[in-house]
Design a protein around this ligand. Structure first.
Ligand SMILES: NC(=O)c1ccc[n+]([C@@H]2O[C@H](COP(=O)([O-])OP(=O)(O)OC[C@H]3O[C@@H](n4cnc5c(N)ncnc54)[C@H](O)[C@@H]3O)[C@@H](O)[C@H]2O)c1
Length: 341
């Protein structure tokens, strides 16, 4: 079997889980990295023993690659991924797919016309709890799904934004808490309960207004096409990173996703699906599922097959977030790449 030749563009915080996952996968080889920051570029090239490039274009000109992982700030997802798709290679884009729904739709179009495939890094869909809940709900024997509540109460100190100022700006991030943190949970709710017919919400900057221009707190209410309703409470202004919780209520059971899945049936029976323990260390909240997603994406590239978390799967959470922003920030600055939303 031939090797999947992979590169990573953007070697900041999250890149380490991608680099680790590529190197850990039998059948994949890391061939290069790129970063516009020379200090980071040189450090990563040396640490991983591969050539380092200043941008995706020079990497693609020089290296034969099958897959490029895009781990840049949000405003750079569209230009970097578009260059990869134009070369015919496949692209795994970190979330969000792009910094606005308009930019994401342009990327979806570019993927349609490329020999490469596009995947979105919604790694929490690979969590044991998410997979088990999806299978149970699809089987239908828990009765109709009535609704869900979800809680993302996290802590981001000013230093988090000061270390990478794009995270606090409309131009760099396309948004704040919703685009950067709560998008994972919004995606899970939409994946598990189905598409939104209507999204209402508020987003605001409660605590970090001196540091960021985007929101640190949001409430979202989704009316799903099925008639079920979901509510999300999210903030980056909590005192700690509390575990993410999703509770789904059906006619015959309550499914509680929080570091595993607990199913409480109406007749009192309780079932449990355990999650592997979170990695220790400061970024444990990223979870354990990047490796599973990277393995699956490279496998799809190897076999020349589509990947199930494609551009169309990247869009619903972005559309929901844009609906909340339209209600709370109708005059927000346009993103540099996104143009009209
Ligand atoms: N899936 C997850 O759980 C998860 C977790 C953290 C971050 N992320 C996502 O990963 C992405 C990166 O986040 P981060 O916190 O690692 O950012 P970061 O600021 O720490 O790193 C980004 C890097 O990209 C480089 N860069 C910027 N533009 C570039 C370009 N055009 N070409 C090459 N290099 C470029 C920067 O110099 C920087 O080194 C974001 O999309 C973020 O939302 C996902």
């Amino acid at each position: 079997m031939s090797t999947v030749r992979a590169a990573v563009v953007g070697v900041g915080d999250v890149s380490v889980v991608h680099l680790d996952a590529i190197v850990a996968r039998a059948g994949s080889t890391l061939v290069a990295i790129a970063d516009r920051d020379p200090v980071r570029r040189e450090a990563a090239a040396e640490a991983w023993g591969v050539p380092g490039y200043a941008d995706v274009e020079s990497l693609l000109e020089t290296e034969a690659v099958d897959v490029v992982h895009v781990c840049t700030p949000h405003d750079q997802h569209e230009p970097v991924a578009t260059a990869v798709l134009a070369s015919g290679a496949s692209v795994l884009v970190e979330k969000p797919l792009a910094d606005s729904p308009a930019a994401a739709r342009r990327l979806a179009e570019a993927a349609e016309h490329s020999a490469g495939i596009l995947g979105v890094t919604y790694q929490n869909r690979y969590n044991a709890a998410s997979q088990a809940a999806k299978a149970l709900l699809e089987r239908g024997d828990l009765g109709a799904v009535l609704g869900a509540s979800a809680v993302v109460h996290w802590h981001r100190a000013p230093a988090y934004y000061e270390a990478a100022p794009w995270r606090g700006t409309w131009a760099g991030g396309g948004g704040g808490l919703l685009m950067n943190q709560a998008i994972h949970t919004l995606d899970l709710v939409l994946w598990l309960l189905g598409p939104a017919a209507r999204v209402d919400g508020t987003a605001s900057t409660r605590v970090l207004g001196d540091v960021i221009e985007v929101e640190d707190t949001a409430d979202v209410r989704i009316t799903h096409e099925s008639g079920a309703t979901s509510i999300l409470s999210a903030t980056n202004a909590h005192v700690r990173n509390a575990p993410v919780r999703i509770e789904i209520v059906t006619e015959h059971a309550v499914l509680h996703l929080e570091q595993g899945l607990t199913i409480t049936h109406a007749d009192g029976r309780v079932e449990r699906v355990d999650e592997p323990p979170l990695p220790t260390g400061p970024r444990g909240y990223w979870g354990v599922s990047h490796q599973l997603l990277v393995d699956a994406f490279h496998g799809a590239v190897e076999r020349g097959e589509p990947f199930w978390i494609d551009a169309s799967e990247g869009l619903p959470a972005l559309d929901a977030i844009a609906a909340v922003y339209d209600q709370s920030f109708p005059h927000r600055p346009q993103t540099t790449q996104g143009g009209s939303r």
